[in-house]
Design a protein around this ligand. Structure first.
Ligand SMILES: [Zn+2]
Ligand SMILES: [Zn+2]
Ligand SMILES: [Zn+2]
Length: 94
């Protein structure tokens, strides 16, 4: 067993820890209880200059995943965490 491999695993483990982009706590950003409003979340992403599609450090324009489809509304160009559907109460129809 090499130490390099262990360090690599640790790095991967840390990378995969769900650190919330909005409040910096350990949970998935889309499940954030601190910042729930979509508008507030978008504002934070804009202030931090993060991509609205994948929340990485680039603008949405250059996003390699900008054609990723939101699993909530099935539309493109935004992350599930900032989907406008989150703000709406679940309703039947349409
Ligand atoms: Zn949070
Ligand atoms: Zn992106
Ligand atoms: Zn959506």
């Amino acid at each position: 067993m090499s130490t390099v491999r262990k360090e690599q695993q640790l790095a991967e483990y840390l990378l995969n820890l769900p650190l919330c982009i909005f409040c910096n706590e350990f949970h998935k950003s889309e499940n954030c209880e601190e910042v729930r409003s979509t508008v507030d979340r978008i504002e934070i992403l804009l202030i931090k200059e993060l991509c609205l599609v994948c929340m990485s450090h680039h603008t949405s324009f250059y996003c390699p995943r900008r054609e990723m489809i939101c699993s909530l509304c099935n539309k493109m160009n935004h992350h599930v965490a900032i989907c406008y559907l989150k703000d709406k109460p679940a309703k039947d129809g349409n």
